[in-house]
Design a protein around this ligand. Structure first.
Ligand code: NAD
Ligand code: MG
Length: 343
């Protein structure tokens, strides 16, 4: 086992245990999570020298000025190379805390304690950290692995329904790109998952985080295999930017486009296409959009850092639970599926 591979999935914070010794611990969280969990979490830490820093909730906190404020706090409170940073929160807290930990005194230890479904199955795994600069998302960042990741599955019970469903879109993605049996589990256990049944939550978080770990271990710096994690993301990008959709919802719509294109290209059959669309519908995830010009979406796809500027490099399904990177798609083909998915 290496750093970043250790994922503990538990039903509370009680089993949280540090192996190494630290002179100080800084827990970085956001205002919502602080109210709900910080006291309980600190009790389980059983550590005298613990400080808490809370940021405003939301993407706007992933910026240079908040990063600078945390740095000043670390200096003023004497954090050293023997100190530890723990992120307690969603992907915003995780990405920002990770970047602080990776750069404070050239890097101090980090532990992630993700509390949203998206952060438990996606952002806390793989070692990407970062902050935004204006409109440029995650443009300042690093690859930095945490000592371990500790997930308390019961934090999902206070999450807003929309946030939960948005994270589920990434969970379904893992079935589509890597594990067809997992896709069947997601279909067969819909009621339990939506009812937040603990065993089912543990199953889907464990499965999803293991798949992501497996993929990033084979390709840490995103040269090839890791690209399959972007299913639906290229198409969804414009919708996320221009519409009012959350990341996960935009990915659902983007995945719809990817599946339509794959069907047209005869990469998959109609039965599989229908089965997948039905899953999204049953989970009440959006499949269509309106009020955005199709050409805008195409333009954003062209600028996407994952597409080289001459050709589209798209992750498309090529069979049940399998995807591949397909490079021979023309602009007209893409525009036509965008149009079809427009409501
Ligand atoms: P988030 O961190 O903004 O959390 C969403 C909302 O839920 C916030 O308002 C937060 O306060 C609240 N919240 C968190 N935990 C809660 C809980 N248990 N109960 C109630 N409310 C809770 O959003 P997110 O979706 O977790 O993460 C999105 C971020 O993750 C983006 O910035 C994105 O760029 C990043 N991301 C990073 C990676 C990566 O590999 N590093 C991958 C995917 C996404
Ligand atoms: Mg994503």
């Amino acid at each position: 086992m290496e750093k970043g591979d250790k994922v503990y999935i538990e039903r509370d914070f009680k089993k949280f245990n540090l192996i190494k010794e630290y002179d100080k611990i800084l827990v970085i969280t956001d205002k919502n999570v602080k109210k709900l969990y910080v006291n309980n979490f600190i009790k389980s830490l059983k550590y005298d020298n613990t400080l808490v820093y809370d940021i405003s909730s939301g993407e706007e906190s992933k910026c240079l000025s908040v990063y600078e404020d945390i740095f000043k706090f670390c200096i003023e409170n004497g954090l050293s190379r023997k100190s530890l940073i723990i992120s307690l929160g969603g992907g915003v807290v995780g990405d920002l805390s990770g970047f602080v930990a990776s750069t404070y005194m050239r890097g101090i230890d980090l532990v992630h304690c993700p509390t949203t479904l998206l952060s438990q199955v996606d952002s806390s795994i793989g070692g990407k950290t970062g902050i935004n600069l204006g409109i440029y998302k995650n443009i300042i960042g690093s690859f930095y692995q945490p000592e371990f990741i500790y997930i308390n599955i019961n934090t999902l019970k206070t999450l807003q329904k929309d946030e939960f469903l948005s994270g589920l879109s990434e969970v379904i993605k893992y079935g589509l790109i890597y594990d067809y049996d997992f896709l069947d589990y997601i279909i067969e256990n819909k009621e339990k998952i939506l009812d937040l049944d603990e065993d089912s939550l543990i199953y889907i978080v464990n499965k999803s985080s293991s798949i992501k770990l497996d993929i990033v271990k084979k390709d840490e710096k995103e040269s090839n295999l890791r690209k399959i994690l972007n299913l639906g993301h290229s198409f969804g990008h414009g919708i996320e930017k221009l519409g009012k959709f959350s990341h996960g919802y935009a990915v659902s719509i983007g995945t719809h486009m990817a599946f339509r294109l794959a069907l047209k290209k005869k990469l998959i059959n109609k039965d599989y296409y229908d089965k997948v669309i039905k899953i999204y519908k049953e989970y009440n995830l959006p499949m269509t959009f309106k009020n955005i010009n199709s050409k805008y979406i195409l333009d954003i796809m062209k600028k996407d850092k994952k597409n080289s500027y001459l050709k589209f490099s798209l992750v498309l399904p090529v069979g049940c639970g399998k995807v591949d990177i397909i490079e021979d798609t023309k602009e007209e083909e893409i525009l036509s599926v965008i149009e079809e998915v427009r409501n």
